[in-house]
Design a protein around this ligand. Structure first.
Ligand SMILES: Cc1cc2nc3c(=O)[nH]c(=O)nc-3n(C[C@H](O)[C@H](O)[C@H](O)COP(=O)(O)O)c2cc1C
Length: 377
């Protein structure tokens, strides 16, 4: 994608501001804020500033907010003291976040997360598919079948709490190298009990069982998004689906399990996923799954998310080029919704300014905006 494309937004931005209906929910436009850990939790509960921060993005035009990763209610989920959690003790805090987003007219999903083998194992309680975080990194041990049943129940218990908090739904985090991604990825899932190994149909079984169990417990009017990625924090070249056929098999199983939408996480939304086609991962996902799909990755910025953590200063704004390219891909049917991450940290009014064409007024994201928080999910 060219970063110096002329400003042609006025002509083509309209599609991004059309409504979109998923299940019982109609969003007024296509913009979503994805999960981003900010460090504004104490003992797992969100602080009031997190609710204010989410509300502010809705006031600035975002249609749906996805919370930062919330550890599910199981002792093996995370050992990070600063992580957000979704358990009975944190329910009131999450209810306040949901209320504040909805009072401003937004929808909200709470993101359900488990670190798997990437969890700090000082207490010896780390569980994962096969005790592997990535090649050459072993930690904790493989969960037994009984433990898998317990973990499934923990996802359901946290989803039920999200429903009690009034959330529109949940997003099951199966991306970026964490627990459910460890199931999806052949390198970290060498189980031979029907939940792992060479076949994607086996590796997707546990994430799909979680989706199905949440669907059964929470009913049909509760949205379930599943977020997956090919890339891992430790391996940008990794792939859970080597071929379009594998992606089709994986996403169809998730659809049959009851997922309402898929969030195809990439570092750059315009990068082709396979040769001989310009289609992004989101484009392939939408075409093969026939599910509503969210695209993501460096919207409005010239550095991807991982570069942002390692290089100082401001990412150069590329709003005009990004929005032109998004509009084009939306019109071609590549995705339904778009997540805007760091750009929305940098400027809560990013969506409103895109709508009005006032790009010069957008304040670009800079690394300092993250404060002392390290990216952990
Ligand atoms: C500070 C920070 C924290 C993040 N935390 C999460 C998280 O909790 N869950 C998640 O799925 N992704 C997380 N991500 C990834 C973002 O959701 C998003 O996919 C990524 O930033 C790419 O989008 P962008 O290029 O628009 O920023 C985080 C990213 C950042 C910058």
């Amino acid at each position: 994608m060219s970063h110096d494309a002329p400003n042609r937004l006025d002509a083509n931005v309209a599609g991004l501001f059309t409504p979109f209906t998923i299940g019982h929910v109609t969003l007024p436009n296509r913009f979503v804020m994805p999960g981003m850990q900010r460090g504004w939790c104490r003992d797992g509960a969100p602080l009031p500033e997190l609710a204010d921060y989410y509300r502010r993005r809705v006031e600035g035009g975002v249609a749906m907010v996805i919370s930062e990763s919330c550890a599910v209610n199981h002792p093996s989920a995370t050992a990070q003291p600063g992580a957000c959690k979704l358990n009975p003790a944190t329910l009131d805090g999450w209810s306040r976040c949901v209320d504040s987003v909805m009072a401003a007219g937004g929808q909200m999903l709470l993101q359900l997360w488990h670190e798997g083998a990437l969890r700090n194992d000082a207490d010896g309680r780390t569980l994962s598919p096969s005790g592997l975080g990535y090649r050459g990194f072993a930690q904790g041990r493989a969960a037994t079948l009984d433990e898998l049943a317990e973990l499934r129940d923990a996802y359901v218990a946290s989803a039920l709490l999200a429903r009690r908090a009034g959330a529109t739904g949940v997003e099951v985090h199966a991306a970026h190298g964490y627990m459910l991604d460890q199931f999806l990825w052949a390198e970290t899932n060498i189980r031979n009990d029907g939940y792992g190994g060479a076949a994607i149909e086996d590796r997707v079984r546990f994430p799909a069982e979680i989706v199905a169990a949440i669907r059964q417990a929470c009913g049909s009017d509760f949205l379930i998004s599943l977020r997956f990625s090919q890339w891992k924090e430790h391996d940008y070249a990794a792939r859970v689906a080597e071929t379009p056929d594998e992606l089709r098999a994986m996403t169809r199983i998730l659809r049959e399990a009851g997922a309402d939408m898929l969030h195809a996480s990439s570092r750059r939304f315009w990068v082709p996923e396979w040769p001989d086609s310009n289609r992004s991962l989101a484009g392939w996902t939408r075409a093969l799954s026939e599910l509503p799909t969210i695209t993501v990755g460096s919207v409005g910025l010239d550095k991807d998310v991982m570069e942002s953590f390692t290089t100082e200063g401001e990412a150069r704004g590329t709003v005009s080029a990004s929005v032109s390219e998004l509009s084009r891909r939306l019109a071609e049917g590549e995705f339904d919704l778009v997540s805007v991450g760091r750009s929305l940290i940098g400027d809560p009014d990013w969506v409103a300014k895109v709508r009005s064409g006032d790009h010069a007024a957008i304040r670009p994201f800079r690394k300092d905006d993250l404060g002392v928080v390290e990216w952990e999910s």
